[in-house]
Ligand binder design. Structure first.
Ligand code: SAH
Ligand code: F3S
Length: 463
């Protein structure tokens, strides 16, 4: 039980995993800040510590318990400290976590994030709460988000996932798919634009599977059209698109609205139809290639990224070669490749096929990375000499360096020429040099404004 007034308390949140987790962290931070509890980077001075965990890969539960083991020791010096276990591992572990970690105060699953204020109040009065599962009447509760930046805002379209990819834990930890009504989405985007946000990222595990709830036949194509038309929206992104759900109407919207960023994350997982079938992905690689061609036909300079799983049960050397062929053919700007990791309760570990050894999977992964590195450098080199608009996203270590992102999501380092550019504004640069993971450019617009003081780092906007 805490004796400190709430207004002098601080919180610390450790976040793993995907954008949805990042947004959940911002939602929990918003609720804490509404109570006057402020963020700290130092967990030893926090009165509330939250571990927002991810269970997509590796030894997630083991890792989470070891982190909680460290945090509980802080209670020796701060007995009033409350420790909360959140995210996908917390959903899976539930009450078990309370039994296993005696100093753990509460457990919150991803679908219960909006209840944090209430859970904290119950914890403060000594109750140990396990809030997991997927209540039917849960709300999106998006009105108290402590945004990490003042120019880029993430907006939820769909929670959960109804697909049944045989390797994936997400449908079990984030529950069944639930779409948010268009009117609420538009209201939130408008609100962010009024606050001066310039980039909006629409989120969902299968974001392009969005449908208006109820009787309406509005789909993601209509949503893109509506949101991209909102005045003041400079950059619109969305993640993650499910290849099979990308319809020609959606492709047309990508061609129609130039403020939809020419960078699309399109997870393919494998280049082999046999493996895609074992994964239960519901598409074949030929239709994926067709979609890539359609998208490239409507937007020049379109950059694509993907996720790949290597060493999936049943993956042969020939299947692996097909994945390398795919990487070669699509020429992705970025790849997120992972070794297959069996997830408890998912069907893939029970497939009656041979599982490639860890050694084989590691070697295949390295082959993919090596191929991708050369492609990525080639693609980056093709940008040299081009002019690009950058959204300025960071301060460099020295005064002669800042960084920003192109619309195609490349990181570009540039010299602000003595006039620091406020984060969230745009500058034009010419690309001078290509590196493996970033580019260097020089400003070609005139610094228009006198030097403004840099806003404090970690500035948060509650919106
Ligand atoms: N909704 C997204 C994926 C969410 S999980 C989609 O449609 O693809 C993010 C990525 O983690 C997946 O794309 C996959 O490449 C990887 N992943 C998920 N489960 C995995 C597992 N069991 N082993 C290895 N990688 C996995
Ligand atoms: Fe997972 Fe497949 Fe859904 S990868 S999140 S089950 S689309």
């Amino acid at each position: 039980m805490s004796s400190e007034p709430l207004s002098s308390q601080k919180y610390f949140i450790e976040t793993w995993g995907c954008q949805m987790n990042e947004l959940d962290t911002q939602r929990m931070a918003g609720q804490l800040m509404q109570q006057g509890i402020l963020p700290t980077d130092d967990p030893t001075e926090a009165s509330v510590i939250l571990l927002n965990s991810c269970s997509v890969r590796e030894k997630a539960a083991q890792k989470a318990y070891s982190r909680l083991g460290i945090y509980r020791r802080y209670k020796e010096k701060r007995p009033e400290l409350l420790i909360g276990f959140c995210g996908c591992v917390a959903q899976q572990e539930g009450e078990k976590a309370l039994r296993r970690v005696p100093d753990l105060d509460f457990v919150v699953g991803p679908a219960r994030v909006g209840e944090l204020t209430d859970i904290l109040a119950r914890s403060r009065s000594g109750e140990r709460v396990a809030a997991t599962g997927f209540p039917e009447d849960r709300d999106f509760d998006l009105d108290t988000i402590s945004r990490e930046s003042s120019y880029k805002g993430m907006v939820t379209l769909i929670e959960g996932c109804n697909k049944k990819c045989t390797f994936c834990i997400v449908p079990y930890t984030r529950g069944p798919e639930r779409c948010r009504p268009l009117a609420h989405i538009v209201e939130e985007v408008r609100h962010l634009l009024r606050l001066g946000f310039v980039e909006i990222e629409l989120l969902g595990q299968t974001v392009n599977h969005w449908r208006e709830p109820g009787e309406s036949d509005l789909d993601f194509a209509d949503l893109l059209d509506t949101v991209a038309s909102l005045p003041g929206l400079q950059r619109l992104r969305f993640i993650t698109s499910y290849p099979r759900d990308f319809s020609p109407r959606m492709v047309a919207q990508v061609g129609k609205h130039q403020n939809i960023c020419p960078y699309i994350h399109l997870p393919v997982q494998s280049g082999s139809n046999r493996v895609l079938k074992l994964m239960g992905r519901g598409y074949e690689v030929e239709s994926y290639y067709d979609l890539v061609d359609q998208l490239r036909a409507v937007r020049s300079g379109l950059a694509l990224s993907t996720d790949l799983i290597v060493g999936f049960p049943g993956e042969t050397e020939a299947d692996h070669q097909l994945t390398l062929d795919l990487v070669e053919r699509v020429r992705y700007a970025q790849i997120f490749a992972f070794k297959y990791s069996p997830r408890p309760g998912t069907p893939a570990p029970r497939l009656k096929v041979e599982i490639p050894s860890d050694e084989v999977a590691s070697r295949r992964l390295q082959e993919i990375f090596r191929l991708q590195e050369s492609i990525q450098l080639e693609l980056n080199r093709e940008l040299v000499g081009e002019e690009h608009e950058l959204l300025v996203t960071g301060w460099g270590k020295t005064a002669d360096s800042q960084q920003g992102r192109t619309t195609c999501h490349r990181i570009v380092h540039f010299d602000p020429q003595g006039v620091p550019v406020p984060l969230g504004s745009t500058v034009r640069v010419r690309i001078d040099e290509a590196l493996q993971h970033s580019l260097r450019g020089s400003r070609i617009d005139q610094p228009a404004h006198p030097a403004e003081p840099a806003p404090p780092r970690g500035l948060r906007v509650v919106g």
